[in-house]
Design a protein around this ligand. Structure first.
Ligand code: ATP
Ligand code: LTN
Length: 332
């Protein structure tokens, strides 16, 4: 059976881009494949976190995973730091990946220059080596398939390269994974700045739609979405990023082709209203499940404990295999 692994950072509020680009695919995949999903708290600390907030956000992210329809009876849901093997394998992979490869990662370039004075002087070394930890997250579960948004494409390519290098140096050890990136809405853009991706760390509160936001607020954000002045509905991200983003969102939420949808609209107002309605109908069951879950916090603790145990069983075997291949002496 195909193995699936993916992760989400327990930072900020989960938004529509996370949902349409990744989480919705996770919920479908769990029924077809042996699936592992985690809150990647070790990745979150590549930028400084407040300890209380990190703890609360990690719990909240796990509740979100259940709310989007991930069934702990069907897939494995866990917190990354509960499986210490990830950091152990990460070191082996840091010694396999090259400095030049890490330096070329666009996410590092973006995030490191946005921090502090932009000189990269004070960014953590972890922000730089992050892709090795991400490769470890994936390779440790022998994952064939990694459902992610478009922004993670480069990290997946690096993971394959590192796995391939390790296998040719030390013998067949890792499965080479593929990114599973959705056809539509793989890169949901900010509603206010449609040339930037919708992000947890968005500057404008109106630009990102949280998946637990109340429906009035969602409708208002779509109504105020930035378009352009030509009043022609056409799917063309180059010249009409705002309108094309709305068409993609509507297409993803209703399972229709954005290009064909464009033919049905002559007015931006109608497109915005339909996109808002479609998003609200997709998110309503998610919001309902979350309120049920928050009423029973002990259940969430049980889910997290069971997930850690299942994940450790698989991860420990892969790390042992990798260490043996690399020439570490087995403890007697
Ligand atoms: P930040 O932007 O603050 O770095 P993030 O919103 O990208 O955070 P992550 O936890 O890094 O959130 O991503 C979780 C998943 O959501 C990843 O698979 C990522 O590719 C996907 N994703 C994130 N933003 C978008 C987006 N705007 N459109 C589609 N998918 C997205
Ligand atoms: N780098 C990803 C989060 C992430 C991930 C993973 C995704 C960490 N480990 C393993 C897929 C598989 C991000 O920033 N969204």
């Amino acid at each position: 059976m195909t193995r699936v692994l993916s992760g989400i950072q327990p930072t900020g509020d989960v938004h529509l881009g996370n949902y349409l680009g990744a989480l919705r695919q996770w919920a479908l995949d769990q029924h077809e494949h042996d699936s592992f999903y985690c809150a990647v708290d070790l990745h979150a600390i590549t930028v400084q976190q407040n300890p209380e907030e990190l703890r609360a956000k990690t719990l909240e992210t796990m509740a979100t995973l259940v709310a989007v329809g991930l069934d702990p009876e069907v897939c494995t849901l866990f917190v990354q730091s509960h499986v210490p093997y990830h950091t152990e394998l990460s070191w082996l992979l840091e010694c396999t990946v090259s400095f030049g490869e890490l330096r070329r990662m666009t996410q590092f370039k973006d995030k490191s220059t946005k921090q502090g004075d932009g000189s990269q002087e004070h960014v953590s070394a972890g922000l730089f080596t992050y892709p090795a930890l991400m490769a470890a997250d994936i390779l440790i579960y022998d994952a064939d398939r990694v459902p992610v948004g478009d922004d993670q494409r480069q990290h997946l390519e690096l993971t394959r390269d590192v796995a391939d290098r390790f296998n040719s140096r030390y013998g067949e050890t890792f499965v080479l994974p593929s990114a599973a990136i959705p056809q539509i809405a793989a890169r949901v853009m900010d509603l206010q700045e449609p040339t930037n991706k919708m992000s947890k760390s968005a500057e404008s509160a109106l630009g990102a739609v949280g998946i637990f936001e109340d429906v009035e607020s969602i409708a208002k954000k779509f109504k105020r979405a930035v378009t352009d002045s030509s009043n022609e509905v056409r799917f063309d991200f180059e010249s009409k990023p705002g309108v094309s983003n709305l068409l993609s969102i509507l297409g993803a939420a209703t399972d229709r082709d954005p290009e064909l949808l464009a033919e049905q609209y002559t007015q931006y107002g109608a497109l915005k209203a339909d996109a808002a309605d479609a998003v609200i109908s997709v998110l309503e069951p998610v919001q309902l499940r979350r309120s049920e879950l928050l009423a029973d916090p002990a259940e969430l603790d049980r889910i997290i404990a069971r997930g850690a145990q299942k994940a450790c069983e698989v991860a420990s075997v892969t790390v042992r295999r990798a260490k043996e291949a690399m020439g570490f002496l087995s403890p007697s």
